[in-house]
Design a protein around this ligand. Structure first.
Ligand code: FUB
Length: 344
């Protein structure tokens, strides 16, 4: 007789494209995105955005990403239990904040933990702030003002082997980087990019931090991404150029700048000889995930490298994301092995 039983859920459910997800959400009790992972005291800490549904319709400005606080996740090992450590910083305790608490990062120095975050000020302009704690999970206390000279979004903080710490930051479109092209904010500037296809594309900003981790020690510079002939990527190179969500890791003495290509939905990488670049474009290493945004971090843990990323497996909605992890492999020639977030 024909069975009318429905198929039971498998360990790896199918995505809308008919394939299976490569990995599963790390936590299902809250929506999380933009995972910045770090190893502190031998344990893995993830500093994500905390997505929630503010009831704001999707638009290119990203108004639907109306986040209000941060929860830090921790785990003893890859594949181990993931703990949600509760509210680490609330927007109401950031004196200068208006709205949209976007993708954070964290660092440890001088016995303290530093949480870096972008948020719009009360005039709707993104800047980057810092908050300090004695513990990796907070609670964090925000400094009274944004970091002087900071703008746009997506801070990624990297400490080099010589102890110097750098912040990479910026994002176009809703991240407003294009509105700072002349060094000051242009409220009437483009909503997307410079709209100059044949000119060098906007790129990530990089600035060394002061030893107290609270300020820029220099004016932010352009981390220029060039092709193999040394020519900057152009505005029209949408499948290669920087959009947002940068990260820096050092592998075998080289500086790997990784980032999202935004409207073409890849993670791409470029390699430099110094933390400031120039960075030579190499290719993409994560195919588009489910959902519009793609944002990541890379860490080494117990001799292996891992990619933390997000997709929209749990909700199917662009602004309600969930963080994931998978192994990242450097090939013997230094290239990064392509990762497909789906498997057959
Ligand atoms: O989470 C809000 C924004 O979406 C982030 O700042 C971007 O990188 C994108 O993931």
């Amino acid at each position: 007789a024909k069975s009318n039983q429905t198929k039971t859920e498998t360990a790896s459910p199918k995505a809308p494209n008919g394939k299976h997800y490569l990995s599963q959400p790390l936590i299902k009790s809250i929506y999380t995105a933009d995972p910045s992972a770090h190893v502190f005291n031998g344990k893995i800490y993830i500093y994500p955005s905390h997505d929630y549904d503010a009831g704001i319709p999707d638009n290119d400005n990203g108004d639907q990403y109306a986040m209000k606080d941060f929860h830090i996740l921790s785990m003893d090992k890859i594949g181990g239990k993931v703990t949600d450590n509760g509210v680490a910083l609330d927007i109401k305790n950031i004196p200068w904040a208006g709205k949209q608490l976007w993708a954070p990062d964290a660092a440890f120095k001088n016995g303290k933990y530093y949480l870096y975050f972008p948020v719009k000020d009360k005039h709707d302009v993104f800047h980057i702030g810092v908050a300090v704690s004695n513990k990796p999970t907070g609670p964090f206390k925000a400094e009274p003002k944004p970091i002087a000279g900071s703008f746009s979004i997506d801070p990624a903080v990297f400490t080099d082997t010589d102890g110097s710490t750098y912040m990479y930051f910026g994002g176009i479109w809703g991240g407003q980087l294009q509105r700072w092209k002349d060094g000051k904010y242009d409220a009437n500037g483009s909503k997307t990019d410079l709209q100059q296809d044949e000119k060098p594309a906007l790129t990530v900003k990089v600035a060394k931090l002061t030893n107290n981790m609270l300020e820029f020690s220099e004016k932010p510079r352009d981390g220029v991404i060039v092709d193999k002939n040394g020519k900057p990527l152009l505005g029209k190179d949408h499948d290669k150029r920087f959009f947002e969500g940068s990260w820096m890791h050092k592998y075998k003495g080289k500086y790997y700048l990784t980032y999202s290509t935004g409207d073409t939905h890849f993670l791409a990488y470029a390699i430099g000889k110094t933390p400031y670049g120039p960075f030579v474009y190499q290719g993409t290493f994560l195919e588009p995930v489910q959902g519009w945004t793609t944002h990541h971090s890379i860490i080494e843990f117990k001799g292996k490298w891992y990619l933390f990323y997000h997709d929209t497996q749990l909700s199917g909605k662009n602004h309600l994301r969930n963080v994931k992890v998978t192994e990242l492999i450097h090939n013997p020639d230094g290239s990064i092995k392509m990762i497909d977030p789906f498997v057959d």
